[in-house]
Design a protein around this ligand. Structure first.
Ligand code: GAP
Length: 436
């Protein structure tokens, strides 16, 4: 059965995954903070993406370009003129709506009269330097992609790259979204994982197909069930101003199918526009054909926050164990925020507590390990299952003599008796990253 969104939202808040931003001041609409466990899961999402698209391939480079960029970039890219929504205002309650969402010619909230539709650009504006005038106005980037295009020639030269090759970047993006809601699905500040893959124009379709296949496999490899994923082609007006073709990888959220990642064929649109506007030649000299070409671009562009949400929802399960409800976050081992938790079976026995703390201390380093002695063993297991902790290590009276501990597996709930001297190796082997 599909999990209700309310359960996920409540778990996220209660267990420190996601908090409302600026909550003590009443919150800021559609802006979220990632708590102590959320930041671990989010970092893990970014880590597995970077590993798959940068480290496991020999045709990719990474980049970390700045959020603030020259304002002409957004004129060249078409965002100043095309990245906008047609909006109407309610004259009574002052709320704003997208024109496309209005079914009748009155306010959907209060039934009031609506203004004439007008365009509203989704980019946040700010100023650079000490003077706040039109000349110093810049934007917070609405996508990381443009940073890749404007650094394209520098990457080619410094890394001696030939086609085909790609540039990957993870970073924040900002959009002053009008339609918000559905928790972190549509935020005003969010993070993107973007690839611009540069190819010879005649090979673009082949590479487009190959990237769709590869990216779909990535979501499945890290735990999302096939039945909850689909690929959907953009048609007609849905296509962005820069795209020749676009396919979305969608996930079946509790509130319906929603985009996780867009894979567009951006043609030579961006490099050509930046060449024109900047006056710098961004064509590529192809050694093989001895000709200058402007590469085509295949762009797999994923959202960190949406992937996070999909991984979390898909991992959530409730089951009955010996007549009791067990909530488990069955996250893939590379995603789980906490890899191991250490407990003393008896918290009033100082020797057991001391040994358990020592074991936790020695396991710490490569991944997150927690120590907890604030409840009974049953409660401690339940707490860890709910946040997806992979292994629970229990120190009992016998541990003091046989120098062994009990290690319980989150999914099978099977227990192994492991020598303390071998524990680190035992966990390292279980947590080892598998190449594709
Ligand atoms: N450079 C291409 C681009 O920006 P997009 O489809 O607008 O394409 C790419 O965005 C991905 O970024 C989406 O598939 C989604 O996962 C994420 N995304 C976009 N807008 C978002 C928002 N307001 N909140 C959270 N994630 C968002």
């Amino acid at each position: 059965m599909a999990v209700e969104m309310q359960k996920i939202i409540s778990l996220c808040k209660r267990r420190g995954f996601i908090y409302q931003d600026s909550e003590i001041y009443g919150g800021l609409g559609s802006v979220w903070d990632y708590g102590p466990l959320g930041v671990e899961l989010k970092n893990n999402v970014k880590k597995i993406w970077w590993r798959s698209v940068v480290y496991e391939r020999d045709d990719m480079e990474g980049l970390d370009s700045a959020i603030l960029m020259h304002p002409d970039i957004w004129k060249a890219s078409g965002h100043v003129t095309s990245f906008k929504d047609l909006l109407v205002d309610c004259k009574e309650c002052q709320k704003r709506f997208k024109q496309e969402e209005i079914k009748e010619s009155k306010c959907p909230e209060c039934g009031g009269r609506l203004s004439k539709p007008k365009y509203f650009n989704l980019m946040f504006k700010t100023y650079i330097g000490s003077v706040e005038d039109k000349k110093s106005q810049i934007y917070l980037r609405p996508e990381t992609a443009q940073g890749i295009f404007v650094d394209f020639a520098q990457v080619v030269t410094s890394m001696r790259r030939k086609l085909p090759f790609g540039i990957a970047q993870i970073g924040k993006a900002f959009r002053n979204e009008i339609t918000t809601g559905n928790f972190t699905f549509r935020c005003r500040e969010f993070e993107m994982m973007e690839i611009e893959y540069f190819v010879r124009p005649e090979t673009a379709e082949k590479w487009h197909k190959s990237w769709i296949k590869e990216r779909l496999a990535w979501y499945k490899k890290f735990g999302i069930k096939s039945k909850n994923l689909r690929v959907r082609e953009h048609i007609g007006k849905e296509l962005a101003h820069y795209a020749k073709a676009c396919f979305d990888i969608e996930y079946q959220f509790p509130f319906g199918w929603g985009e996780l990642e867009g894979l567009a064929n951006r043609t030579d649109y961006d490099l050509s526009r930046h060449s024109e506007v900047s006056g710098k030649d961004l064509s590529f000299f192809d050694e093989e054909s001895k000709e200058k070409i402007i590469p085509y671009v295949i762009e797999p562009s994923a959202g960190v926050d949406r992937s996070f949400l999909a991984f979390l929802i898909d991992a959530y399960r409730e089951e009955k164990v010996r007549g009791e409800k067990r909530v488990v976050l069955g996250l893939h081992k590379d995603l789980a925020p906490i890899k191991a938790a250490v407990f003393p079976l008896l918290r009033n026995r100082p020797q057991i507590v001391k040994l358990a703390k020592k074991i936790a201390r020695e396991l710490r380093g490569p991944y997150k390990v927690v120590y907890d002695d604030t409840a009974s063993i049953g409660r401690l297991y339940r707490r860890q299952d709910e946040v997806g902790t992979l292994y629970c290590v229990t120190v009992d009276v016998n541990s003091l003599n046989d120098k062994k501990v009990t290690v319980r597996d989150r999914d099978s709930m099977l227990q192994d008796r492991v020598a303390i001297s071998r524990l680190k190796k035992y966990l390292d082997k279980k947590l080892k990253y598998e190449m594709r």
